[in-house]
Ligand binder design. Structure first.
Ligand SMILES: [Zn+2]
Length: 301
Protein backbone atom coordinates (compact mmCIF):
# COMPACT_ATOMS: atom_id res chain seq x y z
CA UNK A 1 0.00 0.00 0.00
CA UNK A 2 1.68 3.23 -1.08
CA UNK A 3 1.95 5.84 1.60
CA UNK A 4 5.20 7.67 1.06
CA UNK A 5 5.25 11.00 -0.75
CA UNK A 6 7.41 9.49 -3.47
CA UNK A 7 4.82 6.79 -4.09
CA UNK A 8 2.04 9.35 -4.11
CA UNK A 9 3.97 11.59 -6.55
CA UNK A 10 4.43 8.62 -8.86
CA UNK A 11 0.71 7.90 -8.84
CA UNK A 12 -0.13 11.58 -9.24
CA UNK A 13 2.13 11.93 -12.27
CA UNK A 14 0.20 9.19 -13.99
CA UNK A 15 -2.61 11.76 -14.26
CA UNK A 16 -0.62 14.75 -15.49
CA UNK A 17 0.69 15.57 -18.94
CA UNK A 18 4.18 16.21 -17.63
CA UNK A 19 5.95 15.08 -14.50
CA UNK A 20 5.45 17.40 -11.57
CA UNK A 21 7.84 17.98 -8.69
CA UNK A 22 6.59 17.84 -5.10
CA UNK A 23 6.89 21.61 -4.63
CA UNK A 24 4.64 22.30 -7.62
CA UNK A 25 1.65 20.48 -6.25
CA UNK A 26 -0.42 20.56 -3.11
CA UNK A 27 -1.48 17.14 -1.85
CA UNK A 28 -4.32 16.55 0.56
CA UNK A 29 -6.65 13.74 1.47
CA UNK A 30 -10.36 13.66 2.13
CA UNK A 31 -13.12 11.31 3.16
CA UNK A 32 -15.66 11.10 0.32
CA UNK A 33 -18.33 8.97 1.99
CA UNK A 34 -18.83 6.08 4.38
CA UNK A 35 -21.24 3.29 5.31
CA UNK A 36 -22.93 5.28 8.11
CA UNK A 37 -26.60 6.24 7.72
CA UNK A 38 -26.65 9.76 6.31
CA UNK A 39 -29.09 12.61 6.91
CA UNK A 40 -31.39 11.20 4.19
CA UNK A 41 -31.60 7.86 5.98
CA UNK A 42 -29.42 6.14 3.36
CA UNK A 43 -26.15 4.27 3.68
CA UNK A 44 -23.80 2.73 1.14
CA UNK A 45 -23.33 -1.02 0.98
CA UNK A 46 -19.81 -2.47 1.09
CA UNK A 47 -20.06 -3.23 -2.62
CA UNK A 48 -21.15 0.35 -3.33
CA UNK A 49 -18.13 1.75 -1.48
CA UNK A 50 -15.83 -0.59 -3.43
CA UNK A 51 -17.38 0.55 -6.72
CA UNK A 52 -17.12 4.22 -5.77
CA UNK A 53 -13.51 3.58 -4.83
CA UNK A 54 -12.77 2.61 -8.44
CA UNK A 55 -15.01 5.25 -10.05
CA UNK A 56 -13.65 8.27 -8.17
CA UNK A 57 -10.07 7.85 -9.33
CA UNK A 58 -9.35 10.73 -11.73
CA UNK A 59 -12.51 12.66 -10.89
CA UNK A 60 -12.16 16.42 -10.61
CA UNK A 61 -13.44 18.30 -7.60
CA UNK A 62 -14.95 21.74 -7.52
CA UNK A 63 -15.03 24.43 -4.87
CA UNK A 64 -18.57 25.59 -4.99
CA UNK A 65 -20.21 28.51 -3.23
CA UNK A 66 -17.07 30.55 -3.67
CA UNK A 67 -17.15 33.02 -6.59
CA UNK A 68 -13.43 33.69 -6.26
CA UNK A 69 -12.58 30.09 -6.96
CA UNK A 70 -13.69 30.05 -10.58
CA UNK A 71 -10.84 28.07 -12.07
CA UNK A 72 -9.64 26.32 -9.00
CA UNK A 73 -10.02 22.60 -9.20
CA UNK A 74 -8.47 19.59 -7.58
CA UNK A 75 -8.26 16.05 -8.80
CA UNK A 76 -8.41 12.71 -7.07
CA UNK A 77 -5.51 10.47 -8.09
CA UNK A 78 -5.83 7.67 -5.56
CA UNK A 79 -8.58 6.13 -3.45
CA UNK A 80 -8.92 3.40 -0.86
CA UNK A 81 -11.63 1.98 1.37
CA UNK A 82 -10.46 2.30 4.96
CA UNK A 83 -11.94 0.08 7.63
CA UNK A 84 -12.02 0.93 11.34
CA UNK A 85 -12.46 -2.46 13.06
CA UNK A 86 -13.29 -0.96 16.45
CA UNK A 87 -15.88 1.47 15.19
CA UNK A 88 -19.47 0.47 14.45
CA UNK A 89 -22.13 2.24 12.43
CA UNK A 90 -25.70 2.76 13.67
CA UNK A 91 -26.61 -0.49 11.93
CA UNK A 92 -23.88 -2.37 13.82
CA UNK A 93 -21.60 -2.82 10.79
CA UNK A 94 -17.86 -2.23 10.93
CA UNK A 95 -17.27 1.38 9.93
CA UNK A 96 -15.82 1.77 6.43
CA UNK A 97 -15.09 4.97 4.58
CA UNK A 98 -13.83 5.94 1.17
CA UNK A 99 -10.65 7.94 1.50
CA UNK A 100 -9.17 9.82 -1.43
CA UNK A 101 -5.86 11.53 -2.19
CA UNK A 102 -6.21 14.68 -4.27
CA UNK A 103 -3.84 17.26 -5.69
CA UNK A 104 -3.92 20.86 -6.86
CA UNK A 105 -1.30 22.59 -8.96
CA UNK A 106 0.04 25.38 -6.77
CA UNK A 107 -0.66 28.82 -8.27
CA UNK A 108 -0.82 32.34 -6.88
CA UNK A 109 -4.60 32.25 -7.34
CA UNK A 110 -5.19 29.21 -5.13
CA UNK A 111 -2.78 30.07 -2.29
CA UNK A 112 -5.65 31.24 -0.08
CA UNK A 113 -7.67 28.15 -0.83
CA UNK A 114 -4.74 25.90 0.06
CA UNK A 115 -4.35 27.75 3.35
CA UNK A 116 -8.04 27.15 4.05
CA UNK A 117 -7.73 23.43 3.37
CA UNK A 118 -4.57 23.26 5.49
CA UNK A 119 -6.30 25.09 8.28
CA UNK A 120 -9.17 22.65 8.24
CA UNK A 121 -11.73 25.26 7.16
CA UNK A 122 -12.66 23.36 4.05
CA UNK A 123 -13.25 19.89 5.31
CA UNK A 124 -16.86 19.24 4.41
CA UNK A 125 -17.03 17.20 1.24
CA UNK A 126 -20.03 16.52 -0.90
CA UNK A 127 -20.16 13.85 -3.59
CA UNK A 128 -22.58 13.14 -6.36
CA UNK A 129 -23.15 9.71 -7.84
CA UNK A 130 -25.74 7.61 -9.68
CA UNK A 131 -27.43 4.93 -7.60
CA UNK A 132 -29.23 1.96 -9.19
CA UNK A 133 -30.59 0.26 -6.10
CA UNK A 134 -32.03 1.56 -2.85
CA UNK A 135 -33.07 -1.34 -0.61
CA UNK A 136 -35.50 -0.84 2.27
CA UNK A 137 -34.06 -2.25 5.51
CA UNK A 138 -37.51 -3.33 6.68
CA UNK A 139 -39.06 -5.15 3.70
CA UNK A 140 -36.13 -5.52 1.30
CA UNK A 141 -37.90 -3.75 -1.57
CA UNK A 142 -35.80 -1.87 -4.09
CA UNK A 143 -37.49 1.48 -3.59
CA UNK A 144 -36.33 2.69 -6.99
CA UNK A 145 -38.25 -0.11 -8.73
CA UNK A 146 -41.16 -0.63 -6.37
CA UNK A 147 -41.48 2.03 -3.69
CA UNK A 148 -42.68 0.64 -0.37
CA UNK A 149 -44.49 2.60 2.31
CA UNK A 150 -41.84 2.38 5.03
CA UNK A 151 -40.59 5.77 6.06
CA UNK A 152 -36.89 6.22 6.67
CA UNK A 153 -36.11 7.11 10.28
CA UNK A 154 -39.34 5.62 11.56
CA UNK A 155 -39.33 2.52 13.76
CA UNK A 156 -41.11 -0.69 12.71
CA UNK A 157 -41.31 -3.42 15.36
CA UNK A 158 -38.22 -1.99 17.04
CA UNK A 159 -36.17 -1.63 13.84
CA UNK A 160 -35.49 1.81 12.41
CA UNK A 161 -36.02 2.03 8.66
CA UNK A 162 -33.11 3.07 6.46
CA UNK A 163 -32.14 2.37 2.87
CA UNK A 164 -29.03 0.63 1.57
CA UNK A 165 -27.61 2.15 -1.60
CA UNK A 166 -26.16 -0.23 -4.14
CA UNK A 167 -25.47 -0.72 -7.88
CA UNK A 168 -23.51 2.49 -8.29
CA UNK A 169 -23.46 3.41 -11.98
CA UNK A 170 -21.44 6.59 -12.00
CA UNK A 171 -19.46 9.01 -9.87
CA UNK A 172 -20.08 12.53 -11.18
CA UNK A 173 -18.14 14.92 -9.01
CA UNK A 174 -17.05 15.90 -5.55
CA UNK A 175 -16.82 19.31 -4.00
CA UNK A 176 -15.85 21.16 -0.90
CA UNK A 177 -18.82 22.77 0.75
CA UNK A 178 -17.91 26.10 2.26
CA UNK A 179 -20.96 26.50 4.45
CA UNK A 180 -19.82 26.16 8.05
CA UNK A 181 -23.41 25.99 9.32
CA UNK A 182 -24.11 22.85 7.35
CA UNK A 183 -24.02 19.97 9.78
CA UNK A 184 -22.73 17.44 7.30
CA UNK A 185 -21.90 17.86 3.68
CA UNK A 186 -23.31 14.50 2.75
CA UNK A 187 -23.95 12.86 -0.53
CA UNK A 188 -26.03 13.94 -3.47
CA UNK A 189 -27.55 10.83 -4.95
CA UNK A 190 -29.02 10.63 -8.39
CA UNK A 191 -31.41 7.73 -8.23
CA UNK A 192 -32.23 5.62 -11.24
CA UNK A 193 -35.54 3.77 -11.70
CA UNK A 194 -38.82 4.88 -10.23
CA UNK A 195 -39.35 8.59 -9.79
CA UNK A 196 -40.03 10.22 -6.42
CA UNK A 197 -43.61 10.62 -7.70
CA UNK A 198 -44.07 6.84 -7.56
CA UNK A 199 -42.93 6.82 -3.94
CA UNK A 200 -45.30 9.67 -3.13
CA UNK A 201 -48.16 7.80 -4.83
CA UNK A 202 -47.41 4.65 -2.80
CA UNK A 203 -47.33 6.66 0.43
CA UNK A 204 -50.59 8.43 -0.47
CA UNK A 205 -52.30 5.13 -1.11
CA UNK A 206 -51.05 3.76 2.20
CA UNK A 207 -52.17 6.91 4.01
CA UNK A 208 -55.63 6.67 2.43
CA UNK A 209 -55.96 3.07 3.67
CA UNK A 210 -54.82 4.03 7.16
CA UNK A 211 -57.25 6.95 7.24
CA UNK A 212 -60.08 4.62 6.25
CA UNK A 213 -59.13 2.21 9.04
CA UNK A 214 -58.85 5.05 11.55
CA UNK A 215 -62.29 6.36 10.55
CA UNK A 216 -63.84 2.91 11.07
CA UNK A 217 -62.13 2.44 14.45
CA UNK A 218 -63.12 5.96 15.54
CA UNK A 219 -66.76 5.23 14.71
CA UNK A 220 -66.65 2.04 16.80
CA UNK A 221 -65.08 4.00 19.63
CA UNK A 222 -67.78 6.69 19.36
CA UNK A 223 -70.54 4.07 19.65
CA UNK A 224 -68.83 2.69 22.74
CA UNK A 225 -68.66 6.18 24.27
CA UNK A 226 -72.34 6.85 23.49
CA UNK A 227 -73.25 3.60 25.21
CA UNK A 228 -71.28 4.72 28.29
CA UNK A 229 -73.00 8.12 28.20
CA UNK A 230 -76.43 6.47 28.57
CA UNK A 231 -75.23 3.93 31.09
CA UNK A 232 -76.67 5.87 34.03
CA UNK A 233 -79.95 6.68 32.31
CA UNK A 234 -81.26 8.55 29.31
CA UNK A 235 -81.14 12.05 30.74
CA UNK A 236 -81.00 15.28 28.72
CA UNK A 237 -77.48 15.73 29.97
CA UNK A 238 -76.47 12.27 28.76
CA UNK A 239 -78.04 12.97 25.38
CA UNK A 240 -76.19 16.28 25.04
CA UNK A 241 -72.89 14.58 25.81
CA UNK A 242 -73.65 11.65 23.49
CA UNK A 243 -74.60 14.05 20.68
CA UNK A 244 -71.36 15.99 21.10
CA UNK A 245 -69.27 12.88 20.35
CA UNK A 246 -70.02 13.31 16.65
CA UNK A 247 -67.57 16.22 16.61
CA UNK A 248 -64.80 14.42 18.51
CA UNK A 249 -61.71 12.86 17.06
CA UNK A 250 -60.23 9.57 18.28
CA UNK A 251 -58.03 11.23 20.92
CA UNK A 252 -60.94 13.19 22.43
CA UNK A 253 -63.12 10.05 22.39
CA UNK A 254 -60.42 8.03 24.17
CA UNK A 255 -60.17 10.72 26.87
CA UNK A 256 -63.93 10.85 27.32
CA UNK A 257 -64.24 7.07 27.46
CA UNK A 258 -61.57 6.96 30.17
CA UNK A 259 -63.45 9.57 32.24
CA UNK A 260 -66.79 7.81 31.77
CA UNK A 261 -65.33 4.46 32.76
CA UNK A 262 -63.74 5.94 35.87
CA UNK A 263 -67.05 7.60 36.72
CA UNK A 264 -69.05 4.40 36.29
CA UNK A 265 -66.46 2.49 38.31
CA UNK A 266 -67.07 4.91 41.17
CA UNK A 267 -70.81 4.37 40.96
CA UNK A 268 -70.32 0.62 40.79
CA UNK A 269 -68.37 0.79 44.03
CA UNK A 270 -70.80 3.17 45.67
CA UNK A 271 -74.43 2.47 44.71
CA UNK A 272 -75.49 4.96 47.39
CA UNK A 273 -73.78 7.77 45.52
CA UNK A 274 -75.62 6.80 42.37
CA UNK A 275 -78.95 6.73 44.19
CA UNK A 276 -78.19 10.16 45.70
CA UNK A 277 -77.37 11.54 42.28
CA UNK A 278 -80.59 10.14 40.82
CA UNK A 279 -82.63 11.59 43.71
CA UNK A 280 -81.09 15.01 43.28
CA UNK A 281 -79.49 15.46 39.85
CA UNK A 282 -78.85 19.17 40.49
CA UNK A 283 -76.68 18.46 43.52
CA UNK A 284 -73.04 19.22 43.22
CA UNK A 285 -71.73 17.31 46.14
CA UNK A 286 -68.42 16.54 44.51
CA UNK A 287 -69.50 13.03 43.67
CA UNK A 288 -67.95 11.61 40.57
CA UNK A 289 -70.32 11.93 37.69
CA UNK A 290 -69.82 10.42 34.28
CA UNK A 291 -70.77 13.84 32.90
CA UNK A 292 -68.01 15.62 34.73
CA UNK A 293 -64.67 15.25 33.01
CA UNK A 294 -62.86 14.98 36.32
CA UNK A 295 -64.07 11.93 38.13
CA UNK A 296 -64.05 12.09 41.89
CA UNK A 297 -63.18 9.42 44.38
CA UNK A 298 -66.71 8.77 45.53
CA UNK A 299 -66.12 9.90 49.09
CA UNK A 300 -68.74 12.67 49.09
CA UNK A 301 -71.87 10.65 49.74
ZN1 LIG B 1 -40.02 -1.18 2.96
Amino acid sequence: MPNTNADLMQQLNAFTRREHQPDEVYLFDLILCDNEIDRDGDCFSDAALDTLCKLFVGVTGIFDHNPKSGNQTARIFRTEVVEEPNRRTKTGAVYRCLKANAYMIRTAANADLIREIDGGIKKEVSISCAVGQQTCSICGANRLQKPCTHIKGRSYGGSVCYAVLDSINDAYEWSFVAIPAQRRAGVTKTMGGASPDAETAALRQSLAQMTQTLDAVTEELRKDVVRLCYQQGETACAKALADSTIHMDADALLDLRKSLRQGSAVYANSPAAYQAQLANPQSDGGTASPYRMQSGTGDAV
